[in-house]
Design a binder for this molecule. Structure first.
Ligand code: GRF
Length: 194
C-alpha cells in the first residue's frame, strides 16, 4: 500500500543544504512526507533555485517589505501555507525569530534543526562556542518549535567528536553531515508517530 505523504513546508534563508536532504528523502516512495512549499524570507537565498530546479514550488516573502511588522510578515506567510495545504513546517536554516502568532498556530507541527546538542548553545555561533568551551563532543538537534529560541521538546540528536586542531568551519562541516542524516530521520519518526 502506498504510504501517506504529509504535505510539508520547508523554511530557508540561505543555501538550503538541509532542505536538499529533505528533498532527497521525500523523493523516496516510502518516505512519509512531500514538500508542497519552500518558503524563504530572503529572495536571494540560493536554496530557492535548488528547490525550483527540483520542480518544487518555492516562494520568497521578503521580511524587509514589512518593516517593524513581524506579525504582518507572518500573516503573509500563513496565507501561503493555507493555500498550499501545509500540515507540518520544517525550519531548515530559517534565520528569522518567529513571533507567538505563527509559533502558536503551528504548535506541535513545526520542527527546527539546530547545530548544537541542545540545551547547550542555543542561538548563533554554536561551533565557535563549543570550541571555546573545550568541549570534546558536539552535534545537532531536531526539536519542536516553541516560543523560546531553540527550546522545545527534542525529537532527535546526533553527536560528533571535537578533534584536536578543529576550526569552527571544520567542526561545522562534520556537524552538517550529521544534520543531513538526522533531519529526514527525525521528521519521518515524528510523522509516523502522529
Ligand atoms: C544549519 O547548520 C542549521 O542547523 C542552522 O543553519 C544552517 C543552515 O544550513 N540552523 P543550510 O541552509 O541547511 O545549508
Amino acid at each position: 500500500m502506498a504510504v501517506h505523504k504529509t504535505p510539508i513546508a520547508v523554511f530557508i534563508s540561505g543555501r538550503g543544504s538541509n532542505m536538499n536532504a529533505l528533498i532527497e528523502a521525500c523523493a523516496r516512495p516510502d518516505y512519509p512526507a512531500r514538500i508542497a512549499l519552500v518558503l524563504s524570507n530572503n529572495p536571494d537565498a540560493p536554496g530557492l533555485d535548488t528547490a525550483r530546479n527540483a520542480g518544487l514550488e518555492a516562494v520568497a516573502i521578503n521580511h524587509r517589505l514589512f518593516p517593524k511588522d513581524r506579525e504582518g510578515h507572518e500573516k503573509a506567510i500563513e496565507a501561503c501555507l493555507e493555500k498550499a495545504g501545509i500540515e507540518v513546517i520544517c525550519l531548515a536554516g530559517y534565520m528569522r525569530v518567529l513571533t507567538p502568532y505563527l509559533v502558536g498556530r503551528w504548535a506541535g507541527r513545526m520542527l527546527n534543526i539546530h547545530p548544537s546538542l541542545l540545551p547547550a548553545y542555543p542561538g548563533l555561533d554554536t561551533h565557535e562556542r563549543a570550541l571555546a568551551a573545550g568541549d570534546t563532543r558536539h552535534g545537532c538537534t531536531v526539536h519542536l518549535v516553541t516560543d523560546g529560541v531553540d527550546e522545545g521538546p527534542i525529537l532527535g540528536q546526533a553527536e560528533v567528536p571535537v578533534l584536536p586542531g578543529d576550526t569552527p568551519s571544520a567542526l561545522a562541516a562534520r556537524v552538517l553531515e550529521q544534520e543531513h542524516r538526522l533531519y529526514p530521520e527525525a521528521l519521518a519518526a515524528f510523522l509516523r508517530a502522529r
